[in-house]
Design a protein around this ligand. Structure first.
Ligand code: KG4
Ligand code: ZN
Length: 377
């Protein structure tokens, strides 16, 4: 079965054709193989850079311009269904994909399948090397992107319960805002990550090298907030909600703390790297603590992360460490980097997973963009 998918929820325009098949159809379980036959993706991130975030009307205009350009490669495809992201995301952007997919479905006389963008992050992260197989339920997913941050529990296939989420900003947004404060380009997540990594490596090599003077402890004042910006490269940011007895997170306080800490300061390159590292450490520590709690509370068998921030190396390694040391019976599914950011392959895979298991949503002649669509809807 082949699906052509369209993704326009944010600042990436994507079209992809994916072929899916049930590997052991007689068993009736979820055991699918996906093969990407063609995929095209155009990022507008550079255009939004001067706004420091995605500017909805610009995104809409760009999708409108890019969809027909990308589609040229797909004109001769023959598929069984068309899938499109209908939320969550920026509504003006979503509408571009929806109307394009509706026109195509009419022209090609194929069913149109509406897909939830966050579900697609989850399902595509679960599929390893194009295979959705041997997955033990319940699955716990940590979905971390520019617009969302949530712990999602899947006890039955395609049924989701949000067991924790951000009370304010999404973590990706926080990465982007703090990056901007540090004078780094949009999208800031990968930039912060690079700087933080540089600082870790420097610290490691100076620890290994000859010691001329006793080292200055990097972390001081564990409870320090915005007023405790220390001299040199020792910054300390808060770990919001680290000990709260639920799986919720919050990042607006961290963002404000970063703002105060940096206000009026001109950082050296080394200090900037130290700051990026402290920020990344703060975010990661919160996720490690909340993941531990979520795993303890749910009896999860499979843990997966998805969304743009799931590309973060430090977060990936720290969560891997947690699972290996404390939850050796839980299987951790780490998404390939090529699938963490927004793309149409994940939309096609999700549509195929639903179609092949007979769980697709209704045919979407009346599909509407739903900006705040929940994965549990
Ligand atoms: O899922 P995604 O591509 O788009 C949304 O659905 O929002 O996520 C984009 C977010 C951006 O905030 C970007 O800065 C962040 O993912 N991101 C990262 C990394 N790569 C992308 N954040 C931290 N570390 C990274 N390596
Ligand atoms: Zn996304």
């Amino acid at each position: 079965m082949k699906v052509l998918a369209v993704e326009t929820s944010c600042d990436e325009t994507g079209i992809a054709v994916v072929e899916g098949s049930a590997r052991h159809p007689d068993t009736g379980g979820i055991d699918f193989e996906f093969k990407t036959l063609r995929a095209a993706l155009l990022s507008q991130a550079h255009l939004h850079a001067e706004y420091g975030g995605v500017y909805p009307n610009l995104a809409k205009r760009e999708h409108q311009k890019n969809l027909p350009l990308l589609f040229r490669e797909f004109e001769k495809e023959e598929v069984d269904a068309i899938a499109v992201t209908y939320g969550p995301g920026l509504e003006p952007a979503l509408w571009q994909g929806i109307t394009f997919a509706q026109d195509l479905a009419k022209k090609w006389q194929r069913p149109l399948i509406p897909i939830n963008h966050m579900e697609a992050h989850l399902i595509s992260s679960l599929a390893q090397e194009g295979r959705l197989e041997n997955i033990k339920l319940p699955v716990l997913a940590l979905l971390v992107s520019g617009g969302h941050t949530e712990f999602v529990l899947m006890k039955e296939w395609f049924e989701y319960e949000v067991i924790g989420e951000t009370l304010d900003d999404a973590v990706g947004e926080c990465f982007d805002k703090v990056a901007r404060m540090l004078g780094l380009p949009y999208p800031g997540g990968p930039e912060i990550s690079k700087l933080a990594e540089k600082h870790r490596l420097q610290e490691e090599s100076s620890r290994k090298g000859p010691r001329v003077s006793p080292p200055v402890p990097f972390l001081r004042g564990r409870e320090a907030g915005p007023d405790h910006l220390l001299k040199d490269t020792s910054f300390r940011l808060p770990r919001p909600m680290l000990t709260s007895k639920n799986c919720d997170v919050s990042f607006s306080g961290l963002k404000t703390a970063a703002l105060y800490a940096l206000r009026g300061k001109k950082l050296t390159e080394k200090e900037r790297a130290a700051f990026a590292r402290e920020f990344e450490d703060a975010v990661t520590e919160v996720f490690v603590a909340k993941t531990r709690r979520a795993l303890e509370e749910t009896g999860t068998q499979t843990f997966v992360i998805g969304g743009g921030v799931a590309a973060n190396k430090h977060l990936r390694e720290s969560l891997q460490n947690l699972i290996t040391k404390e939850f050796p019976d839980v299987e951790f599914r780490l998404p390939e980097l090529s699938i963490t950011g927004d793309n149409a392959v994940m939309i096609a895979q999700t549509a195929l997973a639903r179609l092949l298991s007979g769980k697709q949503k209704e045919n979407g002649a009346e599909i509407r963009a739903v900006g705040n669509l929940s994965i549990a809807a």
